[in-house]
Design a protein around this ligand. Sequence first.
Ligand SMILES: [Zn+2]
Ligand SMILES: [Zn+2]
Length: 146
Amino acid sequence: MIDNQTLQRLTEQWSLALFHRPFTHQIMFNARLQTTGGRYHLNDHHIDINPHLVAEYGMDVLQGIVVHELCHYHLHLQGLGHQHRDADFKRLLVQTGGLRYAPPRQQRVAKYVYQCQKCHRQYPKQRRIQAWRYRCRFCRGKIKLI
Ligand SMILES: [Zn+2]
Ligand SMILES: [Zn+2]
């Protein structure tokens, strides 16, 4: 599984290669997304990506989801039709090879998501845990239910 920094770098590369435009905002994994592949936020232009789908399906699906969100992103910033039903969106999605739909989740959906207070890595869990007993696997920070 890649981290947020790598996700950011890959997205910047894919944006230039496929859209010929820079991606100048933030993209990050958000474990609270359950079935949607990603979400582009109109207010601050950042993108959330579903880490569960990437864990299940791998890098091709990650690219397909990121490119889909980049279609929303670039069309919105240019004032073009950026919603699913818009002709501009449909055309750009085909041109760039973005995924139309995210693949279905295979694994059970996590009910609880814990987050490291230091590095912000997320730990999805099926059941509640006693968070004070655990530390982040990467930085040993404290984890907390979000
Ligand atoms: Zn979409
Ligand atoms: Zn950590």
